[in-house]
Design a protein around this ligand. Structure first.
Ligand SMILES: [Zn+2]
Length: 137
């Protein structure tokens, strides 16, 4: 029997971020929504940056996004990335507005360009963590 281990950094799941990770395990992407002014934000914060309300909820979003930028890492800052270099990190804007740093779900997409329509996918890396990635829509 082969033991699979995940040797890349894992998120710290706390009270603030747990709903995001729970949704991700169900392949649903979510962002924080202010219950007072409806501002949507990611990453989450204990208070709304627009109105300073501390009443926040989580909203499942479409998973549709637009590519804003991407960069290729040629150096492995953690040993777990040694086999992956060079790899891409991307900056996407969700259809609902918030911006996320993520990765493509595979190699650099063919014909990659700023403005490329993307959709979210999820990769289960541990029983507790599914990471969101983006692939051409
Ligand atoms: Zn607000």
């Amino acid at each position: 029997m082969t033991t699979l281990t995940y040797d890349k950094p894992l998120p710290i799941i706390d009270e603030l971020t747990k709903p995001f990770w729970d949704h991700a395990l169900e392949h649903r992407l979510s962002v924080q929504a202010c219950t007072h002014c409806r501002h949507l934000q990611f990453p989450p914060s204990p208070v709304c940056p627009k109105c300073l309300s501390d009443e926040q909820e989580w909203l499942v979003v479409s998973g549709q996004a637009t590519l804003l930028s991407w960069v290729k890492f040629h150096r492995a800052y953690w040993d777990g990335f040694m086999q992956d270099v060079p790899y891409d990190a991307c900056l996407v804007q969700l259809r609902e507005g918030p911006i996320m740093v993520s990765n493509f779900s595979g190699p650099t997409p063919a014909n990659v360009h700023v403005g490329m329509p993307l959709k979210v996918t999820f990769e289960h890396v541990t029983p507790e963590v599914a990471l969101s990635r983006f692939t051409p829509a």
